[in-house]
Design a protein around this ligand. Structure first.
Ligand SMILES: Nc1ncnc2c1ncn2[C@@H]1O[C@H](COP(=O)(O)OP(=O)(O)O)[C@@H](O)[C@H]1O
Ligand SMILES: [Mg+2]
Length: 333
């Protein structure tokens, strides 16, 4: 039943070429895609089995070492958040049969990412500090400092590039290019703002600020579904709320609880995913630090102790197959 374990082939130049072989062989499997972080199995064209790996990506490049428990952290935060937002819009998730596995509906993706920002941080700040005051067709006020709140959250979409880096795009361009109709855009942006508000509420209850995040949507027939992972440390930035205002006033750095610290470490070591740059060496201590940060984030966001998964690959495979059987039966009845 099981194929050989993950095979990582990566060349000594940057960006790494990484090919991953399917870890499972599932009945009805019609396609296998290995994303930067997740392995995606399509079943009978209708369902997806998404296996969150421990791979970590930054600047659209997969780093050379896996981060223990990262896949489980991501998968479980996403599942929690999809459940906690299911009254806002339909989402793809049907079952979480194992700590690092989600099964759900296969959607026809919009080729855009709905990025939404509460604060002037990261890419928005880099754009702003370069002198620009318009991002993705959205105006940004004068005299803002890094990490300041926008008057209201702004949507700054990006293209979902098949290869290479995602690029900023405006609502007008999205509609002009037919990536979404204007009616669909209205729905997508309404969902995005509502989801973000909910995400911020959940974060606030745990003493965190959800700074920015991105959502992906797709369609089944005419229905728009929220898909992919949401509000995870890979797709979002979180700050500690405690002391945020004081730090802003004093112009101090904010306390991050997200993947940003990995990006900062890479930048400090002269890597921004550009051609010719090489990923700095990751020693075991650093890998452990990242792993702990992910677990810390899980516990903070979910408000529960993290329980490391102990399922073997074989057990995981069995659980997936049982879950798929159930899903298929329910569909028939
Ligand atoms: N319900 C869904 N239907 C179709 N595609 C999905 C769904 N949920 C997530 N995806 C896609 O599956 C992939 C998840 O793998 P990921 O590791 O995030 O890959 P990527 O490198 O493409 O971001 C993404 O391309 C995402 O758009
Ligand atoms: Mg992704």
């Amino acid at each position: 039943m099981l194929k050989s374990p993950i095979m990582l082939l990566w060349a000594g130049f940057s960006p790494f070429i990484l090919s991953v072989m399917a870890m499972f062989h599932l009945p009805g499997q019609t396609k296998f895609y290995s994303g930067k972080v997740r392995d995606v199995y399509t079943i009978d064209k209708k369902w997806l089995v998404m296996v969150a790996s421990d791979r970590i990506s930054a600047f659209d490049v997969i780093l050379p070492k896996p981060i223990p428990f990262k896949g489980q952290v991501l998968n479980q935060i996403a599942a929690y958040m999809l459940e906690a937002t299911s009254d806002i819009c339909p989402n793809w998730l049907l079952d979480v049969p194992a700590p690092n596995v989600s099964i759900g509906k296969n959607c026809n993706p919009f080729k855009i990412e709905m990025v939404v920002r509460g604060n002037l941080t990261g890419h928005a700040w880099r754009t702003y500090s370069s002198g620009k005051r318009v991002l993705c067709g959205v105006n940004m006020a004068e005299d803002m400092k890094e990490n300041d709140y926008f008057a209201t959250p702004i949507i700054t979409p990006s293209t979902k590039a098949v290869q290479g880096h995602d690029e900023d795009i405006s609502a007008a361009e999205i509609i002009a290019k037919g990536l979404a109709t204007s009616k669909e855009w209205d729905i997508l942006s309404e969902y995005t703002l509502q989801l973000f508000e909910r995400g911020k509420d959940i974060a606030a209850q745990r003493g965190l600020i959800l700074v920015d995040t991105k959502y992906e949507f797709g369609k089944i027939g005419d229905t728009i579904y929220l898909m992919d992972e949401i509000h995870t440390p890979d797709s979002s930035r979180y700050f500690y709320a405690d002391g945020f205002d004081e730090r802003q006033v004093k112009g101090e750095r904010q306390k991050q609880l997200s993947k940003e610290f990995v990006r900062e470490w890479l930048i400090a070591n002269n890597f921004m995913g550009k051609e010719g740059q090489t990923v700095p060496e990751m020693n075991d201590e650093w890998v452990n630090t990242i792993s702990h940060r992910y677990i810390e984030l899980y516990e903070k966001v979910i408000g529960k102790k993290f329980k490391p998964g102990t399922l073997s690959q074989e057990e995981t495979s069995d659980r997936i197959i049982t879950s798929l059987d159930k899903i298929k039966k329910e569909e028939k009845s």
